[in-house]
Design a protein around this ligand. Structure first.
Ligand code: B12
Ligand code: SF4
Length: 502
């Protein structure tokens, strides 16, 4: 059977009820679609989150699933009649839904090949290919590999020599070829095929990453792949490898101009893991945006590495149109940062960058992570104390989560810190759910503590800048998802008033 038509799917997703729903234009399948199309194959793309935005189904007391139903997805596949379906499994919590969908596709269309990719199967390839409805798993970045796989299938060639693939051989034995090769020249990749997605629907909804936006016509881009640091909780390395690869400033700014001309884009979200790692390149991108007179707002909601920033770069970012800095500070304890998280960051540097960023006029959003093996209660408290002290507009605390592909999962597994029924496929939003037990805390204690400290931090933020705080909460959260915001604040207040100890 020849592969002439490919259907790419971003599946539905479970989230806690107290979290606002989000939907961002899916960069991964948009990139894959353009490479597959460039190879002469027909492609259709379905983002079940945007198409089924209003379809909410209760999973249990705490969680909902939103997006199209499995039945609707199979109907869309049936209408198009593809030879191959590619499913993106970005989050571990999506993996069970992905298995259900794969099973329904195979039941109805046993000849369709099913290929899986994305962050979760890249970190758990053996487990993903063990599902007999999945024919192939492509590990990590897959633009080149997807085309290579289609070509191999169309020429009846074996995939046994392919890099970064999992497959079942003729005897049904599972094989995993580790990922070793990554795309060297990112400038050569065709731009994401946004014309295959309902872009106006995303603009109208305006619920992208972080939910904080100034404009409606927003699009994500990615200017580099990978990060050489080794943070204990980070799960990006199975996708991009460890080598930092970056697009040239000309290529990045060229994409921005194309997006402005084609879709009248007003705001861009940079989704790199470490956009400013190469400071000179970041400065050149900013200079080029200014030189070309591009009037677009920018954010980097995935976070900028504070250790890779300095005042000169901050000035250039602001001049280029960045209005909000999302800073991954992670901990208020230097010991935790250096010896547990392994992030090359000094707390003095954080204070310096936040001071400079305030002077330059940025809106600042800070992320922290607590609940690591070995972290003492007093170290954890330093994080909450720093969160309350910082002059920023938003502070978020996340609970250290042992996602597949992280060193944290290895440590927690080895040291027996996880519950007996621990399943990585249950790992979702890490602001509300703990998993690790140490001599100092249980998951429940951690959940209550984080929730209570979140409330106290909200009070501190309000007291410091009442007008800014109320406007921000109203514009960015209440107006977008009042139900989830009120539920979240109510839970935090309840935990703040209840007895919680760590
Ligand atoms: C943007 C983003 C989001 C967006 C997603 C938007 C969307 N629909 O695309 C939003 C804001 C919704 C989001 C939410 C969360 N995110 Co997030 N997110 C990212 C981020 C920063 C970038 C993803 C991206 O666009 N990359 C660029 C594209 C080009 O890459 P890609 O999608 O991976 O696709 C490539 C390959 O994976 C592969 N591929 C992808 N799909 C397919 C399909 C097939 C068939 C094949 C063959 C290959 C393939 O090929 C693509 C091209 O090379 C990643 C970090 C990262 N580096 O991946 C984290 C990441 C995916 N997120 C993560 C997490 C933890 C979360 C949250 C839990 C965080 C939180 N505290 O709430 C939530 C989960 C939401 C939920 N419902 O549970 C983790 C995933 C861990 C896991 N195993 O679950 C990541 C890896 C970050 C990290 N450092 O650990 N996220
Ligand atoms: S700096 Fe960010 S992207 Fe790099 S390893 Fe640490 S958490 Fe991951």
């Amino acid at each position: 059977m020849k592969i002439k038509k490919v259907f790419l799917l971003f599946p539905p997703c479970p989230i806690p009820k107290i979290f606002p729903k989000r939907v961002q234009m899916p960069l991964g399948i948009a990139y894959l679609a353009s490479s597959i199309r460039a190879a002469g194959i027909d492609v259709k793309v379905l983002d079940s989150l945007i198409e089924g935005w209003n379809q909410v189904e209760e999973i249990d007391e705490r969680n909902i699933r939103f997006g199209l139903s499995n039945r609707q997805i199979v109907d869309r596949i049936s209408e198009y009649g593809p030879d191959l379906v590619g499913i993106s499994c970005m989050f571990s919590i999506q993996a069970k839904i992905v298995s259900e969908i794969a099973s329904e596709i195979k039941n109805k269309f046993p000849d369709i090949k099913i290929v899986l990719g994305g962050a979760h199967p890249s970190a758990m390839p053996e487990d993903s290919i063990a599902d007999t409805n999945i024919d192939y798993v492509l590990i990590g970045e897959a633009e080149a590999a997807f085309v290579e796989l289609i070509r191999a299938l169309n020429r009846n060639k074996t995939v046994a020599e392919m890099d970064g693939i999992c497959y079942r051989n003729e005897e049904g034995l599972l094989h995993v070829n580790p990922k070793k090769k990554y795309i060297g020249d990112l400038d050569a990749l065709p731009l994401p095929a946004w014309e295959l997605l309902p872009v106006e629907k995303y603009f109208k909804l305006n619920r992208p990453h972080g939910t904080v936006t100034r404009k409606n016509r927003i699009i994500p881009i990615i200017t580099s792949r990978g990060c050489p640091a080794k943070c204990v909780f980070c799960s990006i390395h199975p996708i991009w490898g460890r080598v930092y690869r970056a697009r040239s400033p000309i290529s990045v700014v060229g994409e921005i101009e194309t997006l402005v001309n084609r879709y009248a884009i007003q705001e861009i979200q940079i989704e790199d893991d470490n956009m400013t790692f190469d400071r000179k390149r970041a400065e050149e991108i900013c200079d080029l945006i200014v030189d070309k007179g591009i009037k677009v707002s920018f954010t980097a909601p995935n976070g900028l590495a504070v250790w890779a920033l300095d005042k000169n770069l901050l000035l250039k970012l602001r001049k280029a149109g960045f209005y909000r800095l999302t800073l991954a500070v992670e901990s208020g304890s230097q010991n935790t940062l250096t010896h547990i998280i392994h992030k090359p960051l000094k707390i003095d540097k954080v204070l310096e960058i936040i001071k400079d960023a305030n002077e330059i006029g940025f809106d600042i959003d800070v992320f922290f992570v607590v609940g690591f093996p070995g972290e003492t209660p007093s170290e954890m408290q330093k994080t909450f104390d720093l969160g309350k002290k910082l002059d920023v507009s938003s502070v978020k605390y996340f609970i250290a989560t042992p996602y597949p592909g992280t060193e944290l999962l290895e440590i927690a597994g080895k040291e027996n810190l996880l519950p007996a029924d621990f399943d990585p496929k249950d790992l979702g939003i890490n602001a509300v759910k703990g998993n690790i037990t140490t001599e100092y805390f249980t998951p429940e204690m951690l959940e209550k503590k984080v929730s209570a400290e979140t409330f106290k931090t909200q009070i501190a933020l309000f007291k410091r800048h009442p007008v800014r705080y109320v406007t921000g909460i109203f514009r960015n959260y209440l107006l977008k998802d009042s139900g989830a915001t009120i539920a979240f604040l109510r839970q935090s207040l309840k935990n703040c008033l209840s007895k919680h100890k760590i």
